[in-house]
Design a protein around this ligand. Structure first.
Ligand code: NAD
Length: 294
C-alpha cells in the first residue's frame, strides 16, 4: 500500500521510518528538506508539496504541530485537496482542536476526502519503538480498514467515536500528563528542600501508588537536568489552550489545567518554551531556590 506522510518532525520522522521498515511504499513531504532527504535515503519518495503527495497516494498521514498547520496542509495552497482523488483518506495524527477536526473534516468531505483524527501519546521514545498509543475518531469502517497500518506505529490503537473524539481523548491525556509532571516537580523539590535525596526518594516511591509512566519518564530527566525535548513546553501550551477552550465551551470544570497553563506561560516568559515539558520542574526550582539534580 502506498502511503503519503506529511510532517517529519520529532514524531513524524520516526513514525514514517517505521512504516518504511515495515515495507510500506512512502511518499513524504515536509518544509524541512533535511528531514525529507533523510527519509528519501531510506527509500521513501520525496514530494515537493502536499498536492504532489496526494496525486500519488489515496491514504495520507499528517503529523503537524496544530490546527492551522493541518488546515493549511489539507485545504491550503498546494495542499492535499489540490491533488487528491475523491475517496482519499487523510489520517491526521497531529494533536489539534477537536472542533477544528470536525470543521476540516466537513470541508474535506465536500471534496470527497475523508478525515480521521488519530492523535498519539507516548512521545519520541515510543514513536521510535513503534509503541505509541493511538486514539481515533471518525468512521468506524475506515478505522477497521486502517487498524493494521496504525498498529505498525503503535502498541495500542483504540477507536473512541465520531470525528473529533480522538482529539478529545488526547486533550484528556494532556491534562493528566501536565498535572502529573507538576506533581512530580512539586514532590521532588519538596524532598530536596526537606533534606532528602530526590534520586533516592524517586527510587523509594516508584514501585508504590505514586509510581507512574510520567514519574518514570520525567523524574530521571529532572534528576539529570536534561530538558532536551521530547515534548516541548510550547506544544503543551498549545494542547492546554485547546483543552481550556473546549472545556469552557461546554462548561466543564478544569481548575488544575488552568493552573498548569499559567505555570507553562511563566516558563515561556522565562525563555523555556523550547524545553521538554519536564522543565515544569524549573518553575518549582526557581521559587523553592533548590535544584532537583544530585
Ligand atoms: P515538530 O514541530 O517536531 O514537527 C512538525 C513538523 O511539521 C515540522 O517538521 C514542520 O516543518 C512540519 N510542518 C509544519 N507545517 C507543515 C505543512 N503545512 N506541510 C508540511 N510540513 C509541515 O512537532 P512534533 O513534536 O513532531 O509534534 C507533531 C504533533 O504530534 C503535534 O501536534 C504534537 O502536539 C503531537 N505530539 C508530539 C509529541 C512529542 O513528544 N513531541 C507526543 C505526542 C504528540
Amino acid at each position: 500500500m502506498k502511503i503519503g506522510f506529511i510532517g517529519l518532525g520529532i514524531m513524524g520522522k520516526p513514525m514514517s521510518k517505521n512504516l518504511v521498515k515495515a515495507g510500506y511504499e512512502l511518499v513524504v513531504f515536509d518544509f524541512n528538506k533535511a528531514a525529507v532527504d533523510e527519509l528519501a535515503a531510506m527509500g521513501a519518495k520525496a514530494a515537493a508539496s502536499g498536492a504532489e503527495v496526494a496525486k500519488e497516494c489515496e491514504t495520507i498521514i499528517t503529523m503537524l504541530p496544530n490546527s492551522p498547520h493541518v488546515r493549511s496542509a489539507a485545504l491550503g495552497a498546494n495542499g492535499i485537496a489540490e491533488g487528491a482523488k475523491p475517496g482519499t483518506v487523510i489520517i491526521d495524527m497531529s494533536s489539534i482542536d477537536p472542533v477544528e477536526s470536525k470543521k476540516i473534516s466537513e470541508e474535506l468531505a465536500a471534496k470527497g476526502i475523508e478525515l480521521m483524527d488519530a492523535p498519539v501519546s507516548g512521545g519520541e521514545p515510543k514513536a521510535i519503538d513503534g509503541t505509541l498509543s493511538v486514539m481515533v475518531g471518525g468512521n468506524k469502517a475506515t478505522f477497521d480498514k486502517y487498524y493494521d497500518l496504525l498498529m505498525v506505529m503503535a502498541g495500542s490503537v483504540v477507536y473512541v467515536g465520531e470525528i473529533g473524539s480522538g482529539n478529545i481523548a488526547k486533550l484528556a491525556n494532556q491534562m493528566i500528563v501536565a498535572i502529573n509532571i507538576a506533581a512530580v516537580s512539586e514532590a521532588l523539590t519538596f524532598a530536596k528542600k526537606a533534606g532528602a535525596s530526590p534520586e533516592l526518594v524517586y527510587q523509594a516511591i516508584r514501585g508504590g501508588l505514586a509510581g507512574s509512566t510520567v514519574l518514570d519518564a520525567k523524574a530521571p530527566m529532572m534528576l539529570s537536568r536534561n530538558f532536551k525535548p521530547g515534548f516541548r513546553i510550547e506544544l503543551h501550551i498549545k494542547d492546554l489552550t485547546n483543552a481550556l477552550n473546549a472545556a469552557h465551551s461546554i462548561n466543564a470544570f478544569a481548575p488544575l489545567t488552568a493552573q498548569l497553563m499559567e505555570i507553562m506561560q511563566t516558563l515561556k516568559a522565562d525563555g523555556c518554551e523550547k524545553d521538554d515539558h519536564s522543565a515544569i520542574a524549573k518553575y518549582y526550582e526557581k521559587l523553592s531556590k533548590v535544584t532537583i539534580e544530585g
